[in-house]
Design a protein around this ligand. Structure first.
Ligand SMILES: Cc1cc2nc3c(=O)[nH]c(=O)nc-3n(C[C@H](O)[C@H](O)[C@H](O)COP(=O)(O)OP(=O)(O)OC[C@H]3O[C@@H](n4cnc5c(N)ncnc54)[C@H](O)[C@@H]3O)c2cc1C
Length: 394
């Protein structure tokens, strides 16, 4: 599998979705746990790099799938898509978990620096693990089960700090996501579901790789990590954005599907797509985002003609000059969930306010509906799915 399997365009994402839809029922349910290898067809959708940046959204994907399958037939796939929504909501309600991850990453004590570089380079001698490290670096993608095995071996067999493994994934995954990645690594380590760890075993790996790998010498026990209790806070309340004051549309790579903000009531005068490469640490992610921004600019120009720019970095001077060029003192942007971009955007929002420019964050209905229900475990969240999908008209 090569990087070209993820062409950074909306058209490629929609084509992938169209091709996947017939498989979203029984084929997905039965085959989703098998990782047949990077060069074999997958029962999973491989939509994650697009979904991560909302080049296609959860809502679009689930609506398309439910037009072809009943909710019962596609239940497993719908639930997996909603794991993403759940993780995003869970982190919104507990933003300190992101700060804890950054501290754990920056303060990680590595006893054996060579072991860390060998793990990242795929030179541990552990069957499967070394190939997954290479596959991740080369393709920017790993199957879900491979991510679980990799994280488990990293933490419990190699005894490396979990936060450095999560950081390795963030640098190479095209779908690298502060919520899905951090919380999945925490889940493997036993922090997420307190006391419950994920232990990769030789038999499970052999079975779900179709016998390609059967690594020996894996840890036989996985003792959960522990941490101080987590504070929970309500979702941030946002002002209503439905006012007719003319605005500049700011698009970031957190949400590259800004069409929902082109509603005429929001009076968008121009758009600026701001790609800040400093916020991404991997070259492949940078290249993906830069090309996706150009693709989006072409799409937006069909609506806004030449009033679309692609710029950077994400800072106050860039936005102030874009707002002045558009003749507005109001900027609208899709809500940025917890992560590096949200931190930067919060600073920029405060800085432009000093110049009399209001930067409003607009949350999608999807997120506003689902996120408040991420206060407990996924089981309770899952029970709400049919009702909430009905309310959203999916
Ligand atoms: C250690 C670890 C790290 C991970 N890091 C990330 C990450 O940074 N970004 C990311 O998007 N996913 C992450 N995942 C979740 C999952 O592995 C990927 O979303 C999935 O493999 C993407 O492949 P797909 O598009 O073929 O998935 P499909 O099975 O086709 O699922 C469709 C979509 O649902 C979502 N999804 C599916 N499973 C999960 C899940 N378990 N958690 C959250 N969302 C899910 C994804 O957006 C995916 O594209 C991680 C999992 C683990 C165990």
């Amino acid at each position: 599998m090569s990087h070209s399997l993820f062409p950074p365009t909306r058209e490629a994402a929609l084509e992938r979705l169209r091709d996947f839809i017939p498989n979203a029922g029984a084929r997905y349910t039965q085959g989703r746990n098998t990782d047949a290898g990077p060069d074999s067809p997958s029962a999973t959708s491989r939509l994650s790099p697009y979904l991560r940046r909302r080049i296609v959204t959860e809502e679009q994907i689930i609506t398309a799938v439910l037009a072809a399958h009943s909710l019962q037939a596609a239940e497993k796939f719908v639930q997996e898509v909603l794991w993403r929504t759940y993780w995003k909501g869970w982190l919104e309600l507990r933003p300190s978990v992101w700060a804890r991850f950054l501290t754990a990453r920056d303060c990680a004590a590595v006893v054996d620096a060579r072991a860390l570089t060998d793990a990242e380079a795929g030179r541990t001698g552990i069957e499967g693990f070394d190939d997954w490290a290479q596959e991740l670096r080369e393709t920017g993608y790993l199957h879900n089960h491979a991510r679980m095995w990799f994280a488990s071996i990293w933490i419990f067999t190699l005894r490396l700090p979990w936060a450095l493994g999560a950081d390795f994934f963030l640098r190479y995954l095209l779908d690298a996501d502060p919520a899905s990645n951090t919380l999945s690594w925490r889940w493997v380590a036993g922090l997420q579901t307190v006391g419950k760890t994920y232990l990769a075993t030789t038999d499970n790996i052999a079975r779900f790789t179709n016998g390609r790998y059967a690594p020996r010498g894996l840890a036989r026990e996985a003792i959960a990590l522990t941490e101080a209790p987590l504070p929970v806070q309500p979702l941030r309340v946002l002002p209503s954005s439905h006012c007719a004051t003319p605005a500049l549309l700011l698009v970031t790579d957190e949400d590259m599907g800004p069409e929902f903000l082109l509603d005429h009531r929001l009076a968008i005068r121009a758009a600026t797509i701001v790609v800040d490469q400093d916020l991404h640490s991997g070259d492949k992610v940078r290249a993906f985002v830069a090309s996706a921004a150009n693709d989006l600019a072409t799409r937006l120009r069909e609506v806004l003609d030449d009033r679309v720019t692609v710029s950077g970095p994400l800072d106050a001077p860039t936005l102030i000059s874009a707002a002045h060029a558009a003749g507005v003192d109001r900027i609208l942007t899709a809500y940025a969930p917890v992560g590096p971009l949200a931190d930067r955007l919060a600073d920029v929002t405060a800085a432009v306010a000093k110049e009399g420019i209001v930067l409003e964050w607009v949350r999608r209905d999807w997120d506003a509906r689902f996120w408040p229900h991420a206060s407990k475990g996924f089981f309770a969240f899952k029970e709400r799915i049919p009702t909430l999908l009905g309310e959203l008209g999916c």
